[in-house]
Design a binder for this molecule. Structure first.
Ligand SMILES: Cc1cc2nc3c(=O)[nH]c(=O)nc-3n(C[C@H](O)[C@H](O)[C@H](O)COP(=O)(O)OP(=O)(O)OC[C@H]3O[C@@H](n4cnc5c(N)ncnc54)[C@H](O)[C@@H]3O)c2cc1C
Length: 339
């Protein structure tokens, strides 16, 4: 039986950052992921300034390729409302390479990655946790961290099915202008159409509270901003962004990143929250404090986001956005506040 202090399921940004900081802090831990790295992850790959600045602070030696983008176009129902140059650019990364670079930092710090599928966990009489993997192997640990993304099995075992999950679809296209496009409409369900410039290709798609890929396909077929039906575009790929933030009832089982439903409820930015909750989990585990305490500010922020989101995506909220676009400085301020 393999024994360690912490088992982390999932070697995406949340898991790798948490593992790296634990190793740096002298804590024994193991990362488990079923994927062979480098692996793909469906994502626009946009790192906001607060995300890359935090990353720089946590992993000063990390190097990764990115495309800087500082121009954004706000649209509604196919028409441009305003264009804004941002004070700080966003960095667009290829998730495959970016996630591999993060994982590389963890392994360079002496971290071990086990390739296996998490199956389930059982609490032992002495309070420790027995983690069973699909291979039949098991691990005994003091803490279990669920960093296993949108379809987290660790979370499923804690709460059953997820609620409040949004569906997103995107395809990768020939590069267009070096600008972000966000398009809103009363038709869309708490979501938006986006075009994100990437290093080699642009990611173009949309999402929100859609029940099936068909609904998004239909909406995309009506969109004229970018020709998403172009023959040279990749197939449409879909993935969930869960928004049901959850505090684990078990003190020694922690959920971070998408597993904990931490993505921004308004903008759907997930990378910053994966990094920040990974850091907060490592602080809890190194200091012996509760994750509820070290992650308190983020839990509070999620409550505020719920209220703001309800308003922004309402008819009144979108109408005000349209009016506000006559004052691009205001839009710039709002954008920079959320990003
Ligand atoms: C279309 C789309 C566009 C997006 N664009 C952006 C964007 O531009 N900017 C942004 O900030 N966010 C964006 N997001 C959100 C972002 O991708 C996620 O929030 C982020 O990937 C969460 O990181 P994570 O480490 O929590 O999970 P993940 O990156 O999903 O990593 C989870 C890991 O767990 C592993 N795993 C899962 N189950 C198991 C298991 N049972 N056993 C072992 N391993 C397992 C997986 O293989 C994976 O490596 C986007 C999401 C989508 C769907």
């Amino acid at each position: 039986m393999f024994e360690t202090d912490v088992v982390i399921i999932g070697a995406g940004p949340a898991g790798s950052i948490c593992g790296y900081l634990l190793k740096k802090g002298g804590k024994d831990c193991v990362l488990v992921d079923f994927a062979s790295f480098p692996r793909e992850k469906i994502c626009g790959g946009g790192l906001t300034p607060k995300a890359y600045e935090l990353l720089q602070e946590l992993m000063p030696d990390l190097r990764y390729d990115y495309q800087g983008v500082g121009h954004f176009r706000l649209m509604m129902d196919g028409k441009t409302l305003c264009e804004v140059d941002l004070a700080k650019e966003l960095r667009m990364v290829r998730r495959m390479d970016f996630d591999n670079a993060l994982l590389g930092q963890y392994t360079a710090a002496g971290g071990e990655l086990v390739k296996d599928v998490f199956s389930h966990f059982e609490k032992q009489p002495d309070g420790r946790i027995l983690v069973t993997l699909k291979s039949g192997n098991s691990m005994l640990c003091k803490y279990l961290v669920g960093a296993d993304g949108a379809n987290s099995r660790v979370r499923k075992q804690l709460t059953g099915q997820r609620r409040d999950t949004t569906l997103w679809m995107e395809r990768y296209m020939e590069k267009g202008a070096n600008e972000f496009i966000f398009e809103f409409s009363n038709r869309y369900r708490n979501g938006y159409f986006f075009s994100f410039p990437g290093i080699e290709k642009d990611a173009v798609g949309m999402g929100g509270f859609y029940a099936s890929p068909e609904e998004i396909r239909n909406e995309l077929s009506l969109n004229t901003i970018r020709d998403v039906t172009a023959g040279n575009a990749s197939p449409l790929y879909g993935a969930n962004i869960p928004l049901d933030t959850m505090k684990s009832r078990e003190r020694n089982v922690i959920l971070i990143g998408d597993a904990g439903g931490f993505a921004n409820k308004l903008t759907y930015e997930g990378l910053y929250y994966a990094i920040a909750t990974g850091r907060n989990a490592s602080i809890a585990l190194l200091s012996g404090k509760d994750f509820a305490q070290t992650n308190r500010r983020i839990f509070l922020k999620k409550k505020k986001e719920t209220v703001i989101t309800r308003f922004v995506y309402s008819r009144l909220g979108l109408w005000l956005m349209k009016k506000g676009a006559h004052y691009p400085k205001l839009i710039k301020k709002a954008f920079e506040m959320f990003y």
